[in-house]
Design a protein around this ligand. Structure first.
Ligand code: ACO
Length: 203
């Protein structure tokens, strides 16, 4: 898990939180990150959340072998209207530490259905970045934060597109949600059978 030099307890009234984007407003974010000296003044929630998102985004990128992070506080600010970040923390080690990050959003996509016909799908639920710290993987934490996100967004797993899933995420989705059979796409998103059920064909 990931510890910080500041206390994170106040950010986590429960173990999983949805980040309130207004705390990361663009006009304050750059000033916070550049100028705030944590020793001089108590760090604000916005500063703490930005640091946590940057750190977890970086660890996620390393875990996936990516050269640049998919998730940074700055990118969250730029996509504030359609990206949502969930963070997970606990005090299992005796001190509150961050254990996971999940970023989701909606995308307007052109997708192939089971018959290979191209369809436009606006506002498609998308899993964009997902990371549980190596010291805590395979203990059900990923399932807990994913379930919280599904309930919060009102999404069902088979209606989610997944942006370039890693082998671990493919295993996770198969194990917990029975998502195994994919519908081939021409882009980097993976869709599972059931995605187009109940969606009337165009025309
Ligand atoms: N190897 C293979 N499968 C794994 C591994 C692993 N090392 N770790 C987790 N899984 C899959 C397996 O199906 C596992 O079930 P099993 O232990 O019975 O085999 C299941 O996930 C475990 O479920 P949880 O404990 O609920 O999940 P976890 O807390 O481990 O979180 C996650 C899953 C987020 C994928 C985690 O493994 C992780 O952070 N991996 C590294 C980063 C990553 O690959 N993220 C996804 C990138 S793609 C994207 O975000 C769109």
């Amino acid at each position: 898990m990931v510890e910080f030099e500041f206390d994170i307890r106040d950010l986590f009234p429960q173990e999983i939180i949805r980040v309130q984007p207004h705390l990361l407003r663009p006009q304050i974010l750059s000033a916070l990150l550049k100028d705030q000296n944590p020793k001089a003044a108590p760090p604000t929630p916005g500063y703490k959340l930005s640091r946590i998102i940057d750190e977890m985004g970086q660890l996620s990128a390393v875990a996936q072998g990516l050269r640049t992070a998919v998730t940074t506080a700055e990118k969250v600010v730029d996509n504030m209207t359609n990206h949502v970040i969930y963070l997970m923390a606990d005090s299992e080690s005796g001190r509150w530490a961050v254990t996971g990050l999940l970023k989701v959003g909606t995308k307007d996509l052109f997708l192939f259905d089971e018959k290979g016909e191209c369809r436009r799908a606006d506002q498609t639920p998308a899993i964009l970045d997902f990371y549980i710290h190596e010291s805590r993987q395979r203990r059900g934490l990923g399932k807990a934060i994913f379930d919280k996100m599904l309930a919060d967004q009102g999404w069902s797993p088979c209606k989610c597109s997944v942006d370039r899933p890693s082998p671990k995420l493919l295993g996770f989705l198969g194990k917990h949600f029975g998502l195994v059979r994919t519908i081939p796409q021409g882009n980097r998103f993976v869709l599972y059978e059931g995605f187009f059920d109940d969606v009337p064909p165009e025309g």
